[in-house]
Design a protein around this ligand. Structure first.
Ligand code: 6PG
Length: 521
């Protein structure tokens, strides 16, 4: 998500009540909400709120950012009547209805705390509401709700959809106190993306089901958004690998792959990320006349939310191989000089071209199955965290608000919502009948693609990891009977026996001449 930069925010010291309000035009009412941080996301949220008839006050510590927002608002004649540009926090706070609602659109981390402290210094009351809309770490949100209790009410709303989403309809994941949700609900429902009953996106300002929900207690909205981003990483990596397969084995041009993606986008794989990938691949570079994507350096950056998801999955014992792999793939892409040197040492295996429709269909099936696994990993991670935190998350609703506005919006989220509607405590998405059948129909082709990847040395680790996840999670008896024995052998860590109760553990005397087993007490 793009935010105003850290340098947008500095500590406001002097209070100048008289001169600090810059009324863009006559305003005859107090504002419904204030936005602090008018970078790309804050400005877009402001415009969206104005579009929906709300009165908004805006502040940014950087005067040029403030001016840019003012200009964008002045360009829309109706908006200026309902916008108040403030150059001090005191006036911003004074311009609001009570209890005051101040939404922060500032970078995650220390800046959020700095701005809350400033708002408190400049007159925010204990029943006023501060809404963090950034990509904050979910544990920070839990901490903040506690830390500022009694000084102000910290609520959060994770926003997905980038600049366009913030401006014309985002997916909103709110968390904190339920009564605060009731207060912000009219605004949040208005600025959220809307979808029709079939789960299709509706244009801005249309009426439909809003992609906004109250997720639960503090931190839960950020956890859900963090997992959304982890799935986003996996989804993007899997699409990149499908492109690589069609290029390396299929021998297809970028434009041809773009057309294939556009066709896939009309079926079960329909999603925003596939749609934009189809568009990207068909774009020519005006400077060189080559496909633009071929002129882009193969080095992926990251801001960190995918890494948070991967780390959290590992720490909470929730297998999320494809998400972890997607983060690692960005890391290996960044090691450009190492890759270039090693490529000289290992020139690779000559790829046997196969541009048959069968191969293209098999890659489509592999992408779809791998995508199901990535979502299964994300939903399982949310379920494990919810259990630990004693949150009661509504997974059907989470899938529903991800159908529109957000970056991972996809047709099959409708089927995920239906799966959790059928069984709210589904142990894994793969256990649902619909997804079981979907994978059943495609499993063989998925495996044939995996075999090609291995035989021909195509770097498609996320596609392989998804298959490994599938095989690990569907294996009745796995190899981890040998592992406790190994641990017991070198470290006397003990093991459990299948013919004894779960509570009992045993140690085997592996090295003495007379080998024997003892029960551990
Ligand atoms: C969204 C996106 C948004 C942003 C990520 C990108 O939901 O709107 O997920 O949050 O695209 O921050 O993250 P990386 O820079 O790490 O790819």
């Amino acid at each position: 998500m793009t935010h105003s930069t850290v340098s947008d925010i500095d500590i406001v010291s002097d209070i100048d009540i008289v001169s600090d309000i810059d009324i863009v035009s006559d305003i005859d009412t107090v504002s419904d909400i204030a936005i602090v941080g008018l970078g790309v996301m804050g400005k877009s949220l402001t415009l969206n709120l104005l579009d929906n008839g709300f009165c908004v006050s805006g502040y940014d510590a950087n005067p040029s950012t403030t001016d840019r927002a003012k200009q964008a608002i002045a360009d829309e004649p109706d908006f200026a009547q309902r916008y108040l540009s403030c150059d001090q926090l005191t006036s911003l706070i004074q311009s609001l209805k009570t209890p005051r609602i101040v939404a922060l659109s500032v970078p995650a981390g220390k800046v959020v705390d700095l701005v809350i402290e400033q708002l408190l210094e400049h007159g925010l009351h204990s029943d006023d509401i501060v809404i963090d809309t950034g990509n904050s770490l979910w544990t920070d949100s839990i901490r903040r709700a506690e830390q500022y209790r009694g000084q102000c009410r910290v609520f959060t709303t994770a926003v997905s959809g980038g600049e366009q989403g913030a401006r014309f309809g985002a997916s909103l994941m709110a968390s904190g106190d339920a009564d605060v949700w009731q207060q912000v609900l009219p605004m949040w429902h208005a600025i959220a993306a809307k979808i029709d009953p079939q789960g299709r996106a509706l244009p801005a300002l249309a009426s439909g089901e809003p992609c906004a929900a109250f997720i639960g207690p503090s931190g839960s909205g950020e956890l859900v958004k963090m997992v959304h981003n982890g799935i986003e990483y996996a989804d993007m990596q899997l699409i990149c690998e499908a492109y690589q397969l069609l290029k390396d084995i299929g021998g297809m041009s970028c434009a041809e792959i773009g057309q294939v993606f556009a066709r896939w986008n009309e079926g079960a794989l329909n999603s925003y990320l596939l749609e934009i990938s189809a568009d990207i691949l068909q774009q020519t570079d005006p400077a060189s006349g080559k496909p633009l994507v071929e002129m882009i350096r193969d080095r992926a950056g990251q801001k960190g939310t995918g890494l948070w998801t991967a780390t959290h999955a590992l720490e909470s014992g929730s297998p999320a191989l494809t998400i972890v792999q997607a983060v690692s793939s960005r890391a290996s892409s960044a090691q450009v000089s190492v890759r270039l040197n090693l490529a000289k040492l290992f020139p690779g295996i000559r790829k046997q071209q196969d541009s048959s429709q069968d191969f293209i269909d098999a890659v489509e099936d592999a992408l779809y199955c791998a995508k199901i696994c990535a979502y299964a990993q994300g939903f399982s991670l949310m379920a494990i965290t919810a259990r630990e935190q004693k949150w009661s998350l509504n997974f059907a609703e989470i899938a529903r608000i991800w159908r529109g506005g957000c970056i991972i919006r996809a047709a099959f989220l409708q089927s995920i919502a239906a799966a959790y509607d059928r069984q709210a405590d589904l142990p894994n998405l793969l256990a649902d009948d619909f997804f079981r059948q979907e994978i059943g129909k495609r499993q063989q082709k998925w495996r044939s693609v995996a075999a090609r990847i291995c035989e021909q040395g195509v770097a498609a680790p996320a596609t392989l990891s998804a298959l490994s996840y599938f095989d690990s999670m569907t294996e009745a008896v796995c190899s981890a009977n040998l592992l406790p024995a190994q641990r017991d052998y070198f470290g006397a860590h003990s093991y459990q026996r299948i013919d004894q109760g779960e509570g009992k553990s045993f140690h085997f005397n592996w090295s003495d001449a007379v080998r024997s087993e003892t029960e551990r007490t």
